[in-house]
Design a protein. Structure first.
Length: 123
């Protein structure tokens, strides 16, 4: 149960970091510290729910995933000062270019996600 909660937290952090990559210099430290806190919380939740049946554990895992995703999107720093959650709720969804930049920040280049290059006009 602990490892599945940790994987849920890691997936939520990675998805937010890739989808909204314009987090400035505080994006990676935020993700690291937040991941540590959610890992500690997952250990606590696993201890609390160890006597629950499978449905109870699944319900706690779903609530954990929603809470983790909500907090990451609400607190992830952005260069423009608007939280990623507000961007998401206002309809500003991540584009392929955002995913490309997010993957580049992790050192992965996927040319199919790259934004189209503008043609240079001669002088």
């Amino acid at each position: 149960m602990i490892s599945s909660l940790i994987l849920i937290a890691a997936a939520a952090h990675l998805a937010a970091f890739l989808s909204y990559p314009h987090s400035g210099r505080f994006g990676q430290p935020f993700s690291f510290v937040s991941m540590l806190l959610w890992t500690g919380f997952s250990v606590f939740i696993a201890r609390v729910t160890e006597n629950y049946d499978r449905a109870g554990k699944a319900a706690f895992a779903a609530l954990f995933a929603l809470a983790c995703a909500f907090s990451v999107l609400a607190l992830l720093p952005q260069k423009d000062g608007r939280p990623a959650l507000k961007k998401f709720l206002s309809g500003s969804y991540p584009a392929k270019a955002d995913l490309y930049i997010g993957l580049l920040r992790l050192g992965v280049e996927v040319p199919s996600l790259a934004p189209p290059k503008k043609e240079e006009t001669p002088l």
